[in-house]
Design a protein around this ligand. Structure first.
Ligand code: HMG
Ligand code: MG
Length: 287
């Protein structure tokens, strides 16, 4: 039996959050429904964040209400605070995610808060989720490089990761938000984080801005990580991270992993259709 590596599909959330054209909820629902038949265990659907900050995802409740949930698939959403958590719960999200930063500059830009203020806000979210039986994932952004503060010290990432673990996050996803990480910097960052958290509870979330995401995935596989975030069609970017375009494409990661003998359990025909759909939503001609 080949070893399994899981791809957590980010397309509907990270892939679309930065799009200029307001994409109708019906198109987002169609994308999620198609992705539901691709073999993913987890799909990130949307974010319950301030619509002033991320107008593209202002229809989070409508999208969550419109999707057809497939058995065995977890439909996750981002929740930066209790207001977001309440929205997520009302929308029957399967899991929620809190998102912190390893640098102060990015924390301010993305959450209008210092790192420690943001972590304080996550405490009631994780407590409520525990009471409600909802799993909480934690993200850390700018794990190697920050567009505002420069290179990120690995110890800063380990410190935030420990805080998220202590709050009860079941998995921590390490974000190379602007895609500037290199295998060496990713490896140094992982070495520090692994002192706090085992590889089974970590995921790699690498944007492909500089075309190095696959190399960074390989560096992470060597450190024992077996979950990677990706977006069909390679869409995406963070609106508060200048230059952060392009999540690594799901189809590219799946083929790369297959080439190394890992199983992802994904139906590549469906992935191809979803990638074409995602690209057309962004107005790109299919290739
Ligand atoms: P703030 O302006 O400091 O918030 O933003 P506030 O508490 O002062 O509230 C301002 C207004 O927003 C109020 O409305 C609130 O009700 C409303 P008003 O009274 O002015 O009409 N509000 C909300 N509305 C809906 N849902 C909510 C919510 N919270 C407040 N949850 C805040 C602070 C955290 C809200 C804001 O900064 C925010 O929403 N940030 C989210 C930014 C974001 O979504 N970024 C992209 C996702 S992270 C990412 O992409 C990185 C990742 O992919 C990993 C990686 O690549 O690194 C995960
Ligand atoms: Mg991201």
């Amino acid at each position: 039996m080949p070893e399994t590596v899981e791809i957590f599909e980010m397309g509907p959330r990270d892939g679309l959050q930065n799009e200029k054209r307001q994409i109708p909820a019906s198109e987002k629902i169609a994308l999620v429904d198609l992705l539901s038949s691709a073999g993913f265990r987890r799909i990130e659907v949307t974010s319950f964040v301030s619509p002033k900050w991320v107008p593209q995802l202002a229809d989070a409740a409508e999208v969550m209400a419109g999707i057809t949930r497939a058995p065995g698939v977890s439909y996750g959403v981002l929740t930066p605070n209790m207001k977001g958590y309440d929205g997520a719960k009302a929308a029957r999200a399967s899991e929620v995610a809190v998102f912190a930063s390893a640098s102060e500059g990015f924390s301010k830009a993305n959450l209008n808060a210092t790192i420690s203020e943001s972590l304080e806000r996550f405490v009631p979210v994780t407590e409520a989720a525990r009471r409600d039986g909802l799993p909480v994932r934690g993200y850390i952004s700018v794990v190697t490089d920050c567009p505002f503060d420069g290179p990120t010290p690995p110890a800063s990432v380990a410190c935030v990761a420990a805080a998220l673990r202590d709050m009860g996050c079941y998995e921590i996803s390490l974000g190379d938000t602007i895609g500037q990480g290199r295998p060496e910097t990713v490896d140094a960052m992982l070495a520090a984080v692994l002192d706090e958290i085992p590889a089974e509870r970590l995921a790699g979330h690498y944007h492909d801005t500089a075309g190095r995401a696959l190399q960074n995935i390989d560096a992470s596989l060597a450190r024992g990580l077996r979950v990677f975030d990706a977006a069909v069609g390679g869409l995406g970017g963070c609106p508060y991270a200048p230059g952060a375009k392009g999540n690594v494409a799901t189809e590219k990661v799946a083929l790369h992993l297959a080439g190394q003998g890992y199983a992802t359990g994904l139906d590549m025909d469906v992935i191809g259709k979803a990638a074409a759909m995602a690209r057309s939503m962004r107005g790109e001609k299919d290739v």
